[in-house]
Design a protein around this ligand. Structure first.
Ligand SMILES: [Zn+2]
Length: 324
């Protein structure tokens, strides 16, 4: 693809000059909450934030600020920055219809190219929003960014990448559940009058398209899933079920200690109880990337399993992940 190019200011990314290519497992999609020129200004001055790409709203023009091999500071979580490419969409997500079709088409072309080039899996566990990035610490979760938000149409995007939605079968306890609807509300009890599953903002109480959780219980017209350390309920309806092409691997079983990244210094985000089950989304293994004054040095090799903790991903370091 052809891009406009702008150089991000040096104090907004870490240069990767280690031997061998940077392992890239994720693409993180953002919304700027600034206009195009304000965003260019921000990334080209030493503000401590950048992204690899920015896609303009009115014409879908793509501008690259940071080389794919370098680590842009966009995700608010070092481990995720180290393993990802960040794409900003020029958009104000509190307004109606914040994204333009020409912009989304440009995003599809860019994602197709990047996932091809770096062998990034085309699914919801690897093409994620900033709102799916694990908080760097348990206490920082409420201040994490919520872009690209509930108006971003994952159910449209992922099939645009050539991914065929799985055929859905009836839910079975102990098997994964997936929703092909963009967002579905989660309740504390199998009852529409029950409170939603958390008291946080709306995006913390939604099952998003393509996320995989383990079915924990069934009631007439209701499905219970293991979510955020406990049982959460969603209404059974068309577009929600057990994916026929489900993962073959046994789920992780509790107790599970979930961290913000695979690195040694990663913070613990949650302890999941004995009865908990989580779908393993990926096994990540590679050298830890350490930022030394703006340059990357490679640390020891780490391995971790990737799960959905709640609306955000979480990591289960290899040593603390007994498998059924
Ligand atoms: Zn963001």
């Amino acid at each position: 693809m052809m891009f406009n190019e702008q150089s991000a200011a040096r104090g907004t990314y870490s240069r990767y000059d280690a031997v061998g290519p940077r392992p890239i497992h994720f693409v993180v999609i953002h919304a700027t909450q600034l206009d195009y020129f304000q965003t260019v200004e921000r990334f080209t001055t030493d503000n401590g934030v950048s992204a690899h790409y920015l896609i303009r709203h009115h014409d879908g023009a793509v501008t690259q600020f940071v080389n794919d091999q370098d680590v842009a500071w966009h995700a608010g979580n070092w481990a995720m920055n180290a393993m990802s490419i960040g794409i900003e969409l020029e958009a104000f997500i509190d307004q109606p219809a914040p994204f333009s079709m020409v912009q989304l088409r440009a995003l599809v072309r860019l994602l197709t190219s990047l996932t091809d080039q770096y062998q990034i899996q085309r699914d919801r566990a690897h093409i994620i929003g900033h709102d799916n990035v694990p908080a760097p610490t348990a206490t920082s979760a409420p201040t994490m960014h919520t872009d690209p938000g509930l108006q971003f149409d994952w159910a449209w995007l992922i099939p645009q990448l050539g991914v065929i939605n799985p055929r859905l079968l009836p839910p079975v306890i102990g098997q994964p559940i997936v929703s092909l609807k963009n967002t579905v509300s989660l309740y504390r009890q199998p009852d529409q009058q029950a409170p939603l599953t958390t008291e946080g903002p709306a995006w913390t109480r939604q099952l998003s398209y393509g996320q995989l959780f383990e079915c924990a219980a069934l009631r007439p017209d209701w499905i219970g899933i293991w979510y955020n350390g406990k049982l959460a309920w969603l209404q059974a309806e068309a577009g929600i079920g057990r994916p026929e092409s489900g993962l073959q691997e046994a789920p992780l079983s509790g107790p599970i200690s979930v961290t913000s990244g695979p690195q040694t210094a990663a913070a613990k985000l949650a302890d999941l109880p004995d009865e908990y089950r989580a779908v393993v989304l990926d096994h990540l293994k590679g050298p830890e990337l350490v930022d030394c004054a703006g340059h990357i040095e490679l640390g020891p090799t780490r391995s971790a399993q990737l799960i959905w903790l709640n609306h955000r991903l979480g990591f289960v370091p290899a040593s603390s992940s007994p498998i059924n």
